[in-house]
Design a binder for this molecule. Structure first.
Ligand code: BDR
Ligand code: CA
Length: 367
């Protein structure tokens, strides 16, 4: 549980007075490869901050990140989503503890979405958000900073080096941008698990992370930083099946066994609802940071629908990056040409699923 001292420091996401359009208008801002002769210089691990709502597939993603030498996990910040933030914080602490990584700061963030009532998903993630698996109590302690403040501080500490990996609703990232827009050009890139250009999972249109805080997502999508969207389009192509589970269950270790338990819960649940396997949503965002070559991406202009009777939370992609210029002539409009729009998102439209799943298995086997 968060103590009251931490609570009082928190900059809460409560200001409903500001219209979201005004907030966005106020923002107003629009790979390092080393070569040494013929021999490629060793690449330093990417510094990443994972913003998470753990969450079963968040747990899978975090374990993948913590066991991947390509990534230097500098912090976990916790956002409400799959579970309330206190439970998410407890889960994140237990995971870093399991991996013996108390050196990684774990900080709680917002208490609720910017404008929405929080929707939690124990139905999909178990009562405790971790597939009802009771991990040992954490040896690690929560960082006292407010998650968005921690993000701001680290981005300034390591300009152009931090990759943000939001795998929950984007409330914390949006709060960081709103509080300090100067971080935007200093962030190396953002790889989001969220959105879809091929239909939703909450409803026909919207993916859960975006649906849970569409205003926050729109701020993050329009901020002007390099942003990759690993959404349902690729998540639904990447199913962890019983065959993969059997492969993972051949080896043992505290993290390996935990991953078998969580994935057993997920595969059982998926089969119950008619799917042969469990989509590896959150870990695909981590996988994209580890090895971008697993993904096929296409540059598109993406907007988040923040209103819409049936489409609130949808990520609307302009696949042609242009639109018709309609000009009012008296009582009707006339199309006078086409206008280009600038893409703001690299949308993941294809993935080498089996290569990614084997990468995941190899990273947690025997750990
Ligand atoms: C996303 O929603 C959450 O339930 C998962 O953790 C994932 O981040 C998938 O829509
Ligand atoms: Ca998540």
């Amino acid at each position: 549980m968060l103590n009251s001292a931490i609570e009082t420091k928190r900059w809460r996401a409560t200001s409903r007075a500001c219209a979201i359009g005004t907030i966005i208008a106020l923002l107003g801002f629009a790979a390092t490869t080393a070569h040494a002769g013929l021999v490629a210089a060793p690449t330093a691990p990417k510094k990443v901050i994972i913003d998470t709502d753990p969450g079963t597939d968040d747990a899978v993603a975090i374990m993948l990140a913590l066991n991947s030498p390509e990534l230097d996990v500098r912090a976990l910040t916790v956002v409400p989503g799959n579970v309330v933030v206190e439970q998410g914080l407890e889960n994140a602490l237990r995971m870093v503890s399991l991996a013996n990584r108390c050196d990684i700061p774990v900080a709680g963030g917002a208490q609720h979405p910017l404008f929405q009532k929080l929707i939690t998903a124990e139905f999909w993630h178990g009562k405790n958000g971790l597939a009802n698996v009771e991990l040992p109590a954490s040896k690690c302690k929560a960082d006292a900073r407010f998650g968005p403040d921690l993000i701001i501080q680290m981005v300034h500490q390591y300009p152009h080096e931090i990759t943000l990996l939001p795998i929950g609703p984007e409330t914390n990232i949006a709060l960081a941008v709103l509080k300090d827009p100067s971080i935007v050009p200093l962030v190396k890139e953002v790889i989001v698990m969220g959105g879809s250009i091929s239909g939703g999972n909450v409803n026909a249109a919207a993916e859960a992370n975006i649906y849970n805080d569409p205003e926050a997502a729109q701020i993050v999508f329009q901020a002007g930083w390099p942003l990759t969207m690993a959404g349902l389009d690729v998540g639904n192509m990447t199913l962890f099946t019983r065959k993969h589970l059997a492969e993972l269950a051949k080896t043992h270790g505290p993290e390996n066994d935990f991953m078998v338990q969580v994935n057993t819960f997920l595969v059982d649940l998926s089969e119950k609802f008619g799917s042969p396997g469990s989509p590896m949503y959150d870990s695909l965002a981590i996988g994209t940071a580890i090895d971008p070559t697993i993904m096929k991406t296409e540059a598109m202009r993406v907007e988040v629908e923040t209103r819409g009777e049936f489409s609130r939370g949808e990520t609307l992609a302009n696949r042609r990056n242009e639109f018709e210029k309609n000009v009012l002539h008296g009582d009707h409009y006339v199309i006078e040409g086409l206008e280009k729009v600038t893409p703001n998102v690299q949308v993941c439209t294809g993935v080498d699923s089996e290569r990614f799943i084997q990468l995941f298995i190899s990273r947690v086997q025997g750990k």
